[in-house]
Design a protein around this ligand. Structure first.
Ligand SMILES: Nc1ncnc2c1ncn2[C@@H]1O[C@H](COP(=O)(O)OP(=O)(O)O)[C@@H](O)[C@H]1O
Ligand SMILES: [Mg+2]
Length: 413
């Protein structure tokens, strides 16, 4: 049974390789494919499968399920993706996507989640920015379609005419007028929204967040794949690992920074890993396969913030776990959603071993029968030689010779 695995990278990466190897042990063949490998007219895919640890070209029908990342949905791939949406089941179809801004809006109205949310506002004019700076003193500006910590700005109001802008690891001071020009040059016309700045920092002052990476398991339920802490060393706002930050073990990090409270915090992060993904599925009205929650914690350890729910979390820090969860989930999707029974290769091997041992047993019995027959044959041979011997004896006996004349005579009588 073939499972599609669609990514933009031309060359399959190590996660694709590991997933393929694990999937193989479940009787699934992973077909690595780029959007351009799909022939919409012929309804075929020209992808690659792992054979003896080498990726080999393979032409197939459209797989019944395709694990696809959001990045594959672009203007250039629209025709292919629209076609796939209609013809097959996709792990992600980009329908009803929840933006960061919308998530904050809807969850802040939800009693179960409002305590996690960060005051968030649209920002159209410089007056908007100025207004919220007066209200919050520190704000964060994010592009609506931001990816991986890019283009996030931090602005602080120090005095009526003095502001500080932070971007990546840089910081600089500006006057009100300069800030207005900066607004025009950077934000005007580009879709940015504004958030109150919330403090999720280590005692050393570096911003951090907890990435709660969740995956669907073999029963189609949410499971924590990993919780890890990302620290943006030297960053002005973001805990971005790609820009010089680091990753830390959650338990150790919490023990050091929150003392006795660490267990409570850890349990709560785990709880969020269950209730938020369920809520996301409810909001999107569909099943989701993977999510990454970005959760901040203030210094008291009592206040949590949900920065973002990422629908394509990086698997760098947990490749083999993700590969394992995915392979299990593919099997679940085939069985439970598509009603396809995939033969379990382990069970098949067990069946074959059974058959072989039965044959061997039968072989043993056959040998016995043959041995018995051989014995019988030897016995028969013995009987024949002894009969021949007796016959010869009779023929050579003098009485037989004497009676010969008589026998001849009888013939003529
Ligand atoms: N309102 C905020 N206050 C303080 N820090 C923030 C705020 N929003 C984002 N951050 C920091 O920036 C990081 C990236 O923000 P996020 O919304 O997750 O964007 P991205 O899509 O780039 O990951 C967060 O993980 C957090 O460390
Ligand atoms: Mg993020």
């Amino acid at each position: 049974m073939i499972i599609g695995y669609m990514r933009n990278l031309k060359k399959p990466d190590s996660l694709a390789r590991t997933t393929s190897l694990i999937a193989k042990s479940y009787g699934l063949e992973l077909l690595y494919m780029n959007p351009r490998d799909v022939d919409v007219k012929k309804k075929k895919v020209y992808g690659r499968v792992l054979v003896n640890n080498k990726w080999m070209d393979k032409e197939t029908d459209i797989p019944l399920f395709i694990d696809v990342v959001p990045y594959c949905f672009k203007k250039e791939t629209k025709e292919v993706m629209d076609f796939l949406r209609e013809t097959t089941l996709l792990s992600e179809d980009r329908k009803n996507v929840i933006t960061k801004e919308y998530l904050q809006e809807v969850l802040s109205k939800d009693e179960a989640f409002s305590h996690l949310m960060i005051p968030t506002h649209p920002m159209e004019t410089f007056e908007d920015l100025h207004h919220y700076l007066n209200q919050y003193q520190k704000v964060v500006l994010k592009p609506e379609s931001g990816l991986r910590g890019k283009n996030i700005y931090f602005i602080e109001m120090i005095e009526a005419d003095g502001f500080q802008i932070g971007f990546n690891t840089e910081k600089w001071k500006v006057s009100l007028n300069e800030l207005a020009s900066f607004f025009d040059a950077t934000f005007k016309g580009n879709q940015y929204f504004l958030q109150k700045y919330v403090v999720s920092r280590t005692p050393q002052g570096d911003p951090f967040d907890c990435r709660v990476h969740v995956e669907k398991n073999s029963r189609g339920r949410w499971a924590i794949a990993k919780i890890y802490v990302r620290i943006g060393i030297g960053q002005s706002v973001i805990s971005n690992v790609n820009q010089g930050g680091g990753v830390s073990d959650t338990r150790e990090f919490l023990k050091v920074n929150y003392g006795d409270k660490w267990q409570k915090i850890y349990q709560y992060l785990k709880k969020l890993g269950k209730i938020i993904p369920e809520k996301m599925e409810e909001l999107r009205g569909k099943d989701i396969m993977t999510l990454g929650l970005d959760v901040g914690i203030d210094q008291s350890g009592d206040q949590f913030y949900l920065f973002e729910v990422n629908d394509s979390p990086s698997s760098k820090a947990l490749k083999s776990d993700v590969a394992y969860f995915r392979s299990n989930y593919y099997l679940y999707v085939l069985k439970e959603k598509l009603n396809i029974h995939v033969k379990d290769p382990m069970k098949e091997i067990e069946l074959l071993t059974d058959q072989i041992s039965q044959l061997e047993k039968m072989g043993g019995e056959k040998d016995k029968v043959i041995a018995g027959m051989k014995k019988q044959m030897v016995q028969k041979e013995k009987e024949i030689t002894s009969k021949e011997k007796r016959l010869n004896d009779i023929l050579n006996s003098s009485s037989w010779k004497l009676t010969g004349i008589l026998r001849k005579a009888k013939k003529y009588l």
